[in-house]
Design a protein around this ligand. Structure first.
Ligand code: ATP
Ligand code: MG
Length: 555
């Protein structure tokens, strides 16, 4: 069984245990704070599993908070998809919040900073601010507007809010230290003008808080005790703490950074994923080749597999690149036990058993799971005309080919031995049909021991099998050893990432199949019923993953 792997210990847990033991907190509060500017991906899953898992383990609270302070890229479509994905993943939140509901408080806090002489309205444009900021080796230079009086700042900030200025004409900056070795502390912008409607607050505001100012306030308002974010924010922590302190927030959250998930053959950024959708490289955010939660789900991933993967990769302070085969390992593990076996032929070749009675159909008992007898058996129709895989026949066999070729005998899975007697070709010389004879004595389960065959192949009954489309996938992004960091990912798109085949699937197993149902099509892989293209007339299957891999999980 693929039970949830228990989180082993990690450095974040140790911090929490210390904070609980020392009495700093008696209950922890964590949150997952996505910006609703795209769909969630597998990297977000890592954060969801971590944050919700910690709250659960330590009997604390877990919030879902939309960090929706930038109206330009945000949309309610994304809000809805994020809720759906977090829910599906089992990241059960205690409360749901929108940062935009705190705009009033944030505005009050900005006024407080101005009154304390810790914020000022600056007229420098974006380029000038960048120039004045200095670099890692050079100190910054003070803005000529830095010493405006409190009254002047209050008046100008009010006029910013009233909409008197254009976007970019003025900003509000924290007055900290232009020569700080930490560039984030060199008078960062905390409010900017954007005459853009917000998905939640509509046209109430034309000034919006910047992330570094908004985020600590959001955390403090919600009483978040441990604010877990990715490593890029490590250098922002002094500013985070400055905001909490100077805004005189009652509750003091602690920011803790961990390494984000990076994976081979995968782009992991909403911006890039959106580009793939907008440029129609894929058929939407939920394309089965996408590393989005909804894409993985449509591909046939289960939430258990994703959660186990997220737990197994662990939490660390060092960036690394995870092999995408590791994710496949976990879905294989999960489906191995869950998905019933069935037979499907992806590239059909007609096989006629010339000595089998015409018009007759018999029902053969075939097990539903290769290794688990408790899954029982089903009755599969068998008759004179079948389909087998094209690759299970070779007119001129190569060395060590044990499947069908003229004169050779194989076992049809769960049925009889058949021997190839004739090959039928079309005008172009292509094999279109093969003729066989069968041996009645060799029925599976009959105890026949007369002779042995070296190959067993699967098949479907031509008369009753259902036509189906099979979608096979290869990685969407091709990369080398170093991964795709720093390269233009659009140049690395695999032109052969989708292969659509028309074939057949046995009637019995899929009779009541619904979207998202999963099967192990023997010898072909794990498949799921596609939720987008399947209709009452046509079944479409996505291959989740092949059956085998050379990948080994390091324990
Ligand atoms: P993207 O660049 O993909 O848009 P983001 O970090 O800007 O990612 P947010 O919506 O701001 O996306 O992220 C919400 C939460 O998910 C944050 O706490 C962030 O740290 C976490 N997160 C995002 N990407 C990853 C990742 N690859 N691995 C782990 N956590 C991640
Ligand atoms: Mg972001």
């Amino acid at each position: 069984m693929c039970n949830e792997i228990n989180n082993s210990s990690n450095f974040i847990k140790n911090i929490i245990i210390e904070d609980l033991n020392s009495g700093k907190h008696d209950k922890i509060v964590t949150r997952f704070p996505p910006e609703p500017n795209g769909y969630l991906h597998i990297g977000h899953a890592k954060s969801i599993v971590l944050n919700s898992g910690l709250a659960k383990e330590f009997k604390g609270k877990f919030n879902l908070r939309f960090d929706d302070t930038n109206p330009i890229k945000e949309d309610t479509e994304y809000v809805e998809s994020i809720k759906e994905d977090v829910k599906w993943l089992g990241g059960n939140w205690d409360e749901i919040f929108f940062a935009s509901n705190y705009f009033d408080t944030m505005y009050e806090k900005a006024l407080l900073l101005i009154k304390k002489g810790l914020a000022y309205v600056c007229d420098l444009n974006a380029d000038e601010i960048r120039q004045y900021r200095g670099s890692l080796t050079e100190p910054g230079k003070e803005s000529p507007y830095r010493n405006r009086t409190v009254e002047e700042n209050l008046e100008l900030f009010e006029r910013m809010r009233q909409g008197e200025f254009k976007d970019g004409e003025k900003v509000l900056r924290a007055k900290i230290d232009m020569v700080s070795p930490n560039i984030n502390m060199r008078d960062p912008i905390i409010y900017r003008i954007a005459h853009t409607e917000h998905h939640n607050t509509k046209d109430k505001w034309c000034i919006y808080p910047m992330y570094d100012f908004a985020h600590p306030i959001e955390d403090a308002i919600e009483g978040i005790t441990h604010s877990i974010c990715t490593l890029e924010f490590e250098d922002h922590r002094p500013l985070y703490d400055w905001v909490v302190r100077e805004c005189e927030m009652e509750s003091v959250p602690r920011q803790i950074e961990f390494a984000r998930l990076n994976m081979t053959n995968t782009v992991m950024s909403k911006r890039k994923l959106k580009q793939l959708v907008d440029e129609k490289v894929v058929d939407g955010w939920d394309d089965p080749r996408m590393p989005t939660i909804c894409g993985l789900r449509r591909r046939g991933y289960t939430k258990e597999a994703i959660r186990n993967f997220c737990t197994a990769i662990g939490v660390s302070k060092a960036n690394s690149l995870v092999d995408s085969q590791m994710l496949e390992y976990f879905i294989r593990e999960d489906l191995q036990t869950k998905a019933p076996a069935a037979m499907a032929v992806l590239r059909p070749l007609k096989l006629v058993i010339t000595n089998y009675e015409e018009g007759k159909t018999e029902m053969l008992e075939i097990e539903n799971h290769a290794k688990d007898e408790t899954k029982g058996k089903r009755l599969v129709p068998f008759s004179r005309e079948l389909y087998i895989e094209r690759e299970d026949f070779m007119e001129v066999p190569v060395k060590k080919y044990f499947r069908l070729f003229p004169g050779n005998e194989v076992r049809l899975k769960g049925a009889y031995f058949v021997k190839c007697t004739e090959v039928i070709k079309d005008d172009k010389g292509e094999v279109v049909e093969i003729h066989c004879t069968y041996d009645k004595e060799t029925k599976s389960g009959s105890g026949f021991t007369g002779r042995k065959v070296k190959g067993t192949i699967h098949w479907v009954d031509a008369k009753t099998a259902k036509k189906a489309e099979f979608r096979l996938f290869e990685p969407l992004i091709l990369d080398d050893e170093e991964g795709n960091e720093g390269k233009n990912f659009l140049d690395q798109i695999n032109p052969d990432s989708l292969n659509i085949l028309e074939g057949f699937v046995e009637k019995t197993a899929i009779e009541d199949a619904k979207p998202e149902d999963k099967f192990q099509f023997i010898r072909n892989g794990f498949f799921t019923v596609d939720s987008k293209y399947t209709t009452t007339e046509k079944l479409v299957f996505n291959r989740v993953v092949s059956l085998k891999s050379s990948f080994k999980l390091m324990k």
